[in-house]
Design a binder for this molecule. Structure first.
Ligand code: GDP
Length: 442
């Protein structure tokens, strides 16, 4: 089958560190060694071409696979770790772009001052990678929105690719800040500005809340004080499930455009809630396999949500269930019928309780030393649920507390973010919260 290529952009420290975790997993899933050569038994019965470009290397007489990525960070350290780490030969060095000075957790530095110095090199590289695609399906950007580079430079990149690539799909995975994990005081400012300035340049943005993932590690995976490595392994498994249907020819596949069609009822309502099941610690071994019905049900529990919010307090508009491994369509249909009949789960009455299903028969792959147990089947659910507005409300409340005293805002003014920008951003966020309230009304 002819693949439709996807270019992945990873911006800032969180983005780059998540890239490491994701590509380690993608290599294992596609039978590709850390240096990009293919494993002996690789029959290439998959669409790895969507994410990797493959070429024959005459000197080594091997096929070499190269990720279709651009990694960019204003400071060198996170990318230097890749340049010197086990996967240093996997990436094309020209696609690893670094500056000299960090964004000091300031959106303005990433968006205006320092970001402007790296944007041309970044766009130039994106152009080269896209020239190597037959039929580009879209871009997926991964970044945190609490720091300065992911939020600021990430937003600038979204804007520029929209200018240049028009209607090509622009999807995102955004790491949502958590004060439990991060010491950055100005995260509410950065998250607010990134969300406001990116609103029109993103078609579908999946939020992954560090707080929720931290709790999943502690409560479900027996990792009480998780590090970024632990969080990122969970995140990579989730992202891998979301992208499996773009990388494998499955029984039922969902492409980027279909995600959007199913999950985005209005352009601004583009923040699906993500859940993953089963979340079983590696120590439990393979005894822990759960049935299709069990994993389907657990997607609707509040503790499996990867953004801190209770989906039972909001209403569902649509659900997209992405199964991997041993999941039969009849069992899936049965499980979903069962869910629909349960009164605890509320759907808006203006939308036809529709479930989009994706199935890929390859079971999830576990990274050696990871925290998740090896299982025969898993599911990742992306749903549009109005309860996600609680996450935005938390950011807004924290912003309000800081801004009442104009605390720390002069740092942003120095980098070209005026009081007025901040005001507009906060009004936009309030409007978004209202939009979610409105879709809930029957
Ligand atoms: P930037 O490089 O300026 O964009 O800054 P960061 O990416 O470090 O952004 C800071 C936010 O990202 C904080 O909320 C951190 O807790 C979070 N963060 C930083 N590194 C990681 C990581 O590797 N994984 C996860 N999940 N979050 C991270």
């Amino acid at each position: 089958a002819r693949s439709r290529e996807v270019i992945q952009l990873y911006v800032g420290q969180a983005g780059v560190q998540i890239a490491s975790a994701c590509w380690e997993l993608y290599c294992l899933e596609h039978g590709i060694h850390a240096d990009g050569t293919m494993c002996q038994d690789n029959d290439m019965d998959n669409d790895s071409n969507a994410f990797f470009s493959c070429c024959y290397c005459h000197s080594t007489k091997h096929f070499k696979c190269v990720p279709r990525v651009i990694l960019v960070d204003l400071e060198p350290i996170p990318i230097d770790e890749i340049r010197t780490g086990c996967y240093r030969q996997l990436f094309d060095p020209a696609t690893l772009i670094t500056g000299k000075e960090d964004a000091a957790s300031n959106f303005g530095r990433g968006y205006n001052t320092l970001g402007c110095e790296l944007i041309d090199a970044t766009l130039d590289r994106i152009r080269r990678v896209s020239e190597n695609c037959d039929c580009l399906q879209g871009f997926i950007t991964t970044r945190s929105i609490g720091g300065g580079t992911g939020s600021g430079l990430g937003t600038l990149i979204q804007e520029k690719i929209t200018d240049e690539y028009g209607k090509t799909c622009r999807h995102e995975f955004n790491i949502f800040p958590s004060p439990k994990i991060s010491p950055i005081i100005v995260e509410p400012y950065n998250a607010l500005l990134a969300t406001h300035f990116s609103m029109d340049y993103s078609d579908c943005c999946i939020l992954l809340d560090n707080e929720a993932i931290y709790d999943v590690c502690g409560c479900s995976l027996d990792v009480p004080n998780p590090t970024y490595t632990n969080l990122n392994r969970v995140i990579s498994q989730v992202i891998s499930s979301c992208t499996a249907s773009m990388r494998f020819s499955g029984a039922i596949n969902v492409d980027m455009q279909e995600f959007q069609t199913n999950l985005v009822p209005y352009p601004r309502i583009h923040f699906p809630l993500c859940t993953y099941a089963p979340l079983i610690p590696a120590t439990k071994g393979s005894l822990a396999d759960l049935s299709t019905q069990q994993i389907t049900q657990s997607c609707f529990h509040p503790h499996t949500q990867l953004v801190k919010c209770d989906p039972r307090k909001g209403k569902y508009i649509s659900c997209c269930m992405l199964y991997r491994g041993d999941a039969e369509p009849t069992e899936i249909n049965f499980s979903i019928r069962d869910i629909k009949q349960k009164k605890a789960i509320r759907f808006v009455d203006w939308s036809p309780t529709s479930f989009k299903i994706g199935i890929n028969y390859q079971p999830p792959t576990c990274v050696p030393g990871g925290d998740l147990c090896t299982v025969n089947r898993a599911v990742c659910m992306l749903s549009t649920n109005s309860a996600i507005r609680c996450a935005w409300q938390r950011v807004y409340n924290k912003y309000k507390r800081l801004s009442k005293r104009s605390a720390f805002s002069h740092h942003f003014e120095c980098e070209g973010i005026e009081k007025n920008d901040m005001m507009e951003a906060s009004e936009n966020l309030l409007a978004l919260i209202k939009d979610y309230e409105e879709v809930e009304c029957d």
